[in-house]
Design a protein around this ligand. Structure first.
Ligand code: BGC
Length: 449
């Protein structure tokens, strides 16, 4: 008997800048990733790659949707390019941009695939960055307005939204260490401000979507962060892992779930925030906490985690530990304990909104793309996820990352995360073995695992 609920939403995910291309098509405005990639004076991206064309999904989306349908996909989590809809972020609406997303949504619905829309997956309109980006509080209103405009247009069609994807990466990589756009390196106190504005922006968007599209529309968020899992399955070790997941040490607070989720769900900071965050917190207007909106669901992006022992100390990985092509550790157990920890702390339904691995995929002599590594990875993670469901996790869906190979941010096109191979020379799509394997998982609702 499959542990996955009967109406479980099996899907795939991608993000606008990573797959759309059409970077200046039909009135789209420039965004921070366009600029970051085009900044040839400082090559920020591996091999100087850009998302100018990427998978060209802007032009080929009907072909992509047909491929999804052919592989039993029930949901497509995609993100909206803010600058395609509102070129300067808070001014005039670009009708062609809205039309593109409406056509995509219609195509999905016509094929029985549910659209799950992420409103922000890191590609901020450049005009807003010029005014300070996430450091400027004006962004809260601009994001709320954009969310309302988009949701109003998709009323009756899109039933599930995520406001932000991984605010942790946008803040820590974009403003903390500067390896992602906009490539800024500001003080920790300012990074805390970025987070605060993201929490307020999420909340403004939450209200705007409900106001424009209806109260029954679900509005969630898709954060990420450090997840830890116990070495032994004992209550004490589970408790130690829970504490380690939500700890906020001074040298590792930015990449935590709670730096974002505590603010919007619990309307406060964790007790153990480091000094830099405490300094910022002291400047927050107490009325801001009344503006925070808890999401209707939490989308958890899961790739790997760290093991801790009963004292909460990290257990070192052994030599030759399994890893993916981009050298991320393969730790399926995190999929059992991590989502449970999130469900326990915040009491909200959970979706896995990303999970997958990069492989050194290539076309074999037989013309096919064989990716047993990815199948093994997904199989292991899904088996662990089913344990969490067996323990009562309110899990609604699972979105594999990613449907197509795509632009992997500062790593360019070197990392292939897709279950469908993309030949970037021609744009040709070739479903990998994992696509057929996943189709079977969906067909049997996880029974075949
Ligand atoms: C992001 C994706 C990214 C994936 C793999 C997540 O951090 O949301 O955009 O491609 O992980 O690195």
């Amino acid at each position: 008997m499959s542990r996955f609920p009967k109406d479980f939403l099996w899907g795939v995910a991608c993000a606008s800048y990573q797959c759309e291309g059409g970077w200046d098509a039909d009135g789209k405005g420039p965004n921070i990733w366009d600029e970051f990639c085009h900044d040839t004076a400082h090559q920020h991206i591996k091999n100087g790659a850009t998302g100018d064309v990427a998978c060209d999904s802007y032009h080929r989306f009907r072909e992509d949707v047909a491929l999804m349908k052919a592989h039993n996909i029930r949901a497509y989590r995609f993100s909206v390019s803010w600058a395609r809809v509102i070129p300067d972020g808070d001014g005039a609406v670009n009708e062609a941009g809205l039309k593109y997303y409406e056509d995509l949504v219609d195509e999905l619905l016509a094929n029985g695939i549910e659209p799950l829309v992420t409103l922000y997956h890191w590609d901020l309109p450049s005009a807003l960055q010029d005014r300070g980006g996430w450091l400027n509080r004006d962004i809260v209103e601009a994001f709320g307005r954009y969310a309302g405009i988009f949701a109003g247009r998709m009323k009756g069609k899109v039933k599930k939204y995520m406001t932000l994807n991984e605010p942790q990466c946008a803040a820590a990589f974009g403003y903390g260490v500067g390896i992602h756009a906009p490539g800024w390196t500001v003080s920790e106190e300012k990074v805390a401000r970025v987070y605060h504005h993201m929490c307020l922006a999420h909340s403004a968007a939450y209200r705007a979507v409900k106001a424009e599209a209806g109260e029954d529309v679900q509005v969630g968020v898709a954060p990420c962060g450090r997840l830890t899992y116990p070495e032994k399955d004992t209550p004490a070790n589970r408790e130690a892992a829970y504490k380690a997941t939500f700890a906020m040490p001074a040298d590792d607070w930015m990449f935590t779930f709670n730096i974002f989720l505590d603010s919007v769900c619990l309307k406060r900071y964790a007790d153990d925030i480091p000094e830099s965050v405490r300094r910022f917190a002291a400047t927050v207007d107490p009325k801001d906490w009344d503006l925070m909106e808890a999401p209707d669901f939490i989308g958890v992006n899961v790739y790997n985690g760290k093991m801790v022992d009963e004292t909460g100390a990290y257990v070192a990985r052994y030599e030759g530990f399994p890893q993916t092509a981009c050298r991320w550790p393969v730790t399926p157990e995190v999929m059992h304990y991590g989502p449970l920890q999130i469900g326990q702390r915040y009491g909200k339904p959970v979706y896995i909104t990303e999970n997958g691995q990069s492989c050194n995929d290539r076309i074999f002599l037989d013309g096919q793309v064989h990716d047993p590594d990815r199948i093994d990875f997904l199989h292991r993670y899904l088996l662990e996820l089913s344990k969490a469901v067996g323990e009562g996790l309110d899990l609604r869906g699972y979105m594999q990352w990613s449907f197509l190979d795509n632009f992997e941010w500062n790593r360019g096109y070197d990392e292939r995360f897709g279950i469908v191979y993309v030949d970037y020379r021609t744009g040709e799509r070739i479903p990998k073995d994992s696509a057929r394997w996943y189709a079977k998982v969906i067909e049997t609702n996880g029974e075949c695992l």
